[in-house]
Design a protein around this ligand. Structure first.
Ligand code: G4P
Length: 530
């Protein structure tokens, strides 16, 4: 990673990342402080403000407002010092979803926020595993140090052990809870003091010459100073120093300690993201990978959001720019259909507002309003037939049948289901035999969310019921063999919304039987989005 060519300055300054955390660890508060220091909002409190103020901010979706959960990803861009930060929001609900995985294909790094009293919690662990699948670099923020927290070494040990990643302290906390004074910045040999009087005030930093500087005694009581010296000495002896390559490879995470609500430690973390990066990375694609510095523009759709504007039935495709310098009005080739597309009204998610994008560089996220042509996994280029890879579709773990409350509305239901399938919110299967649909999701909450969205957006009450099937597998193999397989297994066959053949199973036994009886047929639990 370190021997990549230098990027054009506009690209090199971009930092595209997501925040992963367990609910309540402080993601919203941290996001708000990012925006505050990024000059995108004037006052803390705007991100969580209810009503009108909130509507223009990070979550423009009705569902998010109604349910207080972040159902789908959104993106925010802001400038910090010489950097352009693109923060991509990960869905906040506790079910693992493909949405989350795909969101993480659009970023170059993740910030892992943990609560200093609670350490690595279940949702953090799950999200971390998703990051690991992509070797995503991770920067850690240990929050709520103003509260009674766990011992610093314990926290670091827990991360190392539970997540199997090396941890290097970027800062070291001085005291905790009511006695928390601030941090010693290990990367810059500075003392950062927390201002308790004003939560929005940026911490005072004191320039010092290492831990023996007599100036330290002016700010830290003797007992605490002795502990700090001892702990830092131990930390330096026991823990590895920051190795930027290891961090970029996802095998080491630097950890900062702070208190988001008190605006403490946040700037140091932002400085860390800026200085240590990573810069926009190459995008895996077929037949060749795409480098960010290529002059030709390319990008891929990692998310489709319908009904962002209730007045229109438009969709917005969220596109991560993989290379080049995009300008509004450009014609790009939609690789799947091989057709040109004029991108005339792209949206840039500047945190202050949603704005028309005049330009975007590799690393940026833009929104492209469209009528359904753009699907998750699609690649846009200046003509070259490149196909971005690694955006999988997972076999759903939960299946239910769905019916419209009013049987006359079956067509409407089909339309609604197709829309959600395109968004990637659910898998929709049409059985080869019989009528109706089977809907598949990865987490149980998604059925509820779907039912509520279908009712709100299409005025259609629906019922989900248990299905006889428990799992689905995509079918592949030589054409004649697949046809014979379909003929012999009609009761198990469905078609997904792309028309691909799916084998519905009740038991692992079904899958084993296929392996025995049809050795030329492959059943897979993931499918690359085409
Ligand atoms: P989330 O998005 O990860 O779910 O967390 P969020 O930022 O909403 O924070 C969860 C709770 O933790 C909030 O309290 C928030 O104020 C508090 N919090 C965030 N950072 C810190 C911190 O550094 N120190 C302390 N002590 N608390 C912090 P709440 O009571 O749920 O909401 P509110 O009444 O404060 O708005």
């Amino acid at each position: 990673m370190s021997n990549r060519p230098a990027l054009p300055a506009e690209i090199a300054r971009r930092r595209t990342f997501a925040i992963i955390s367990h609910p309540d660890a402080g993601k919203t508060t941290l996001t708000e402080k990012f925006l505050l220091y990024g000059g995108a909002i004037q006052m803390a409190g705007q991100v969580r403000a209810k009503g009108e103020a909130r509507r223009t901010r990070s979550d423009f979706m009705q569902m998010e407002k109604d349910r207080g959960i972040s159902v789908s990803a959104s993106a925010m861009s802001f400038d910090y010092q010489k950097f352009r930060f693109n923060l991509v929001d990960t869905p906040g609900h506790s079910d693992f979803s493909e949405d989350t995985y795909r969101t993480l294909t659009a970023v170059d790094a993740a910030i892992m926020v943990i609560d200093g009293a609670k350490g690595v919690e279940s949702q953090t662990q799950k999200l971390f595993e998703v990051c690991r699948m992509r070797d995503l670099p991770i920067l850690t923020f240990c929050n709520k140090m103003d509260r009674e927290s766990r011992d610093t070494f314990d926290i670091i040990d827990e991360i190392q052990e539970n997540l199997a990643i090396d941890v290097t302290p970027a800062s070291w906390p001085i005291g905790m809870g009511r006695d928390f004074l601030g941090c010693y910045d290990l990367l810059r040999d500075r003392l950062e003091l927390m201002d308790r009087a004003d939560r929005n005030k940026v911490a005072e930093s004191v320039k010092i010459e290492g831990l023996d500087d007599p100036k330290l005694a002016e700010h830290i009581p003797a007992g605490m100073l002795a502990t700090l010296r001892e702990e830092v000495e131990m930390a330096r002896a026991l823990l590895p120093p920051l190795d930027i390559d290891a961090m970029h490879e996802g095998t080491m995470t630097p950890i900062w300690f702070g208190s988001a609500i008190n605006s403490f430690g946040v700037r140091e973390l932002m400085d860390g993201i800026g200085v240590y990066g990573p810069e926009p990375q190459p995008t895996p694609a077929e037949p060749r990978q795409i480098a960010p510095e290529e002059s030709k523009v390319s990008g891929f759709v990692f998310k489709v959001q319908a009904n962002m504007d209730p007045k229109h039935r438009d969709r917005v495709a969220f596109v991560r720019m993989s290379s080049g310098h995009f300008e509004r009005g450009m014609k790009l080739t939609h690789v799947r259909s091989k057709k040109p597309m004029a991108i005339s009204n792209p949206v840039l998610f500047l945190a202050s507002d949603r704005e028309l994008a005049e330009e975007a560089w590799a690393g940026d996220i833009i929104g492209i309003p469209n009528h359904g042509q753009l699907r998750i996994g699609d690649t846009l280029t200046e003509g070259e037939m490149l196909k971005v890879t690694g955006i999988p579709s997972f076999a759903p773990e939960l299946l239910q049948t769905v019916r419209a409350g009013d049987p006359m509305k079956a067509k409407h239901l089909e339309k609604a289901l197709m829309q959600f399938a395109e968004e990637g919110a659910a898998k929709v299967f049409k059985p080869a035999f019989g009528s109706g649909f089977i809907v598949g999701v990865v987490g149980a909450l998604q059925f509820e969310v779907l039912a509520s969205r279908i009712e709100q957006e299409y005025g259609l009450p629906v019922r989900f019921d248990a299905s006889q099937f428990t799992s689905a597998r995509w079918v592949s193999g030589p054409k004649a063999k697949v046809e014979a397989f379909i003929a012999a297994n009609k009761q198990h066959i469905s078609y997904d919304n792309d028309g691909d053949v799916v084998y519905m199973t009740r038991l692992q036994w079904d899958i084993d039987r296929v392996g025995r009886d049809h050795p030329d047929i492959a059943l897979t639990a993931t499918k690359e989005m085409m």
